[in-house]
Design a protein around this ligand. Structure first.
Ligand code: ASP
Length: 458
């Protein structure tokens, strides 16, 4: 069994859909197909929900655009032979969407729960039309709504998957469709009360790996619009190139650090079952892509790739009274958890005089407010002297399995950054030694990435 996932860019219009169908048709073994929404549709749905919540009637225009996008595609795919049931099915889904958004407009409130229902229409509409097209081409296919088998908790917007329950249901469902090809909605799921949930943005990759693991697939293929995982962002580093093979740990480090090729959770289900994951390009199907396996990488260079996270801010909590004071870190972390602020990176020098935390700039005001409130006693008693925020920063992550135990690498890395005359605000290295991350000003990002790439990757 092969599991193939195609993202929005592989399904942007009728031409891309035809290419995707061709790729599927070339496969000889049994396949399960996972699809995202057509390109841009999820964003239009989110925007519609937000407009409706503000009472802004322009959300109706978004529905019209979504309708036109699908109908144009359908008419180009089927010509004169559009099945009536396909059109009525699309119409039914769109009028349900319209009703939901009208409800949002009336109450001017859109909870995460409602947003998940709204977002679910992108994948549902796309898989529906795609299944009809496959059947029209005499490639027997069955439409499958993943809400029937990917079960999560009720954490709307980012459901946590119940693996055991989902795996059992996935197997039952795939068995029930016999020899037809399952065309499965990515990204969407449901909770124990069968309410719609989602797996987080770009969650379709995760859907694919869950299905691959449940079915003990031989391989999971993630089809996208790039040739594979690159050594760095090619918009910044001209010489960036595709990495033919990555270990799971390297791929995870890269995806957590903003190499936007796969959803960071994608490899969790496939690790246990040792299922290889391929990243492939729909626009260039013969390109080898990147293979991610449990084997160590065969590269001869020490650094595998570079990634970066933009729009981060540093919160520096400083004070002589913090030295030797147990509980201060816990107080800081609990405060940020209470404020629902995600910590991306932490540093504390052994002098214990300050703790620095990196979070997204959009969350920093809330973080600071909460810290000031919860640390008030320590501030009053001058144990903490300062909570300072520095904006306009980026985190650069240098990743590679061969970095483990490499004496002198850190010195070499930072002297490269130093020679480029760049100031470093904070540094962190996890004890896995596969990742060294450091923080610089956003204006220095391009130079840093290029210099490091030139020196270590070539
Ligand atoms: N359509 C969803 C998104 O744009 C999920 C996905 O494509 O994976 O985030």
């Amino acid at each position: 069994m092969k599991v193939m996932k195609f993202g929005g860019s592989s399904l942007a219009d009728s031409e891309r859909i035809k290419q995707t169908v061709q790729i599927i048709s070339d496969v000889e073994e049994p396949v399960s197909i996972i699809l995202s929404a057509m390109k841009g549709v999820t964003n239009l749905l989110i925007d519609a929900a937000e407009k409706a919540e503000e009472g802004n009637e322009e959300y109706k225009q978004n529905i019209t655009t979504i309708k036109e996008t699908h109908l144009k595609c359908i008419s180009e795919l089927f010509g004169e032979n559009i099945p009536d049931v396909l059109l009525s099915g699309i119409d039914k889904k769109l009028s349900e969407l319209k009703d939901i958004l009208h409800g949002v407009e009336l109450v001017q409130e859109c909870s995460l729960k409602t947003k998940d229902i709204v977002m679910s229409f992108g994948e549902r509409l796309n898989c529906y039309q795609f299944t009809f097209y496959m059947n029209y081409l005499k490639k027997p296919a069955s439409y499958i709504d993943a809400r029937t088998f990917i079960k999560t908790d009720s954490n709307y917007g980012k459901g946590s998957v119940n693996f055991q329950k989902s795996y059992k249901l996935i197997n039952e469902k795939i068995e029930s469709i016999g020899n037809t090809i399952g065309i499965i909605t990515g990204f969407i799921s449901s909770d124990s009360d069968n309410r719609t949930t989602t797996l987080g943005r770009n969650g379709s990759d995760y859907t694919a790996s869950l299905i691959g693991a449940a079915l003990d697939a031989d391989v999971v293929e993630i089809w996208t619009d790039v040739d594979g995982v690159l050594t760095a962002d090619p918009r910044i580093v001209e010489n960036a190139f595709v990495i033919p093979q990555l270990s799971i740990q390297e791929a995870m480090e890269l995806s957590y650090f903003g190499a936007e090729v796969i959803h960071p959770y994608t490899l969790i289900p496939t690790i246990d079952k040792k299922i290889p994951v391929y990243i492939k390009n729909t626009l260039n199907p013969t390109a080898k892509g990147t293979l991610i396996t449990d084997k160590s990488s065969e590269k001869d260079r020490i650094i595998t790739g570079l990634a970066s996270i933009d729009n981060v801010s540093l919160i520096n909590i400083e004070g002589g009274g913090m030295v030797g004071m147990p509980g201060i870190a816990s107080l800081i972390f609990n405060s940020l958890a209470e404020a629902d602020v995600n910590i991306i990176m932490i540093t504390q020098a052994s002098s214990e005089h300050s703790i620095s935390i990196l979070c997204r700039t959009e969350e920093v005001a809330l973080a600071k407010q909460k810290l000031k409130k919860n640390l008030d006693l320590a501030i009053q008693s001058r144990k903490i002297q300062n909570i300072e925020v520095v904006d306009d920063l980026v985190i650069i992550a240098v990743i590679g399995e061969k970095m483990i135990g490499q004496i002198g690498l850190t010195g070499d890395l930072f002297s490269t950054v130093g020679k480029a005359n760049l100031n470093i605000f904070a540094i962190a290295q996890g004890s896995s030694e596969r990742n060294i991350s450091f923080v610089i000003h956003k204006d220095d990002k391009n130079l840093a990435l290029n210099e490091i790439h030139k020196r270590f990757i070539g």
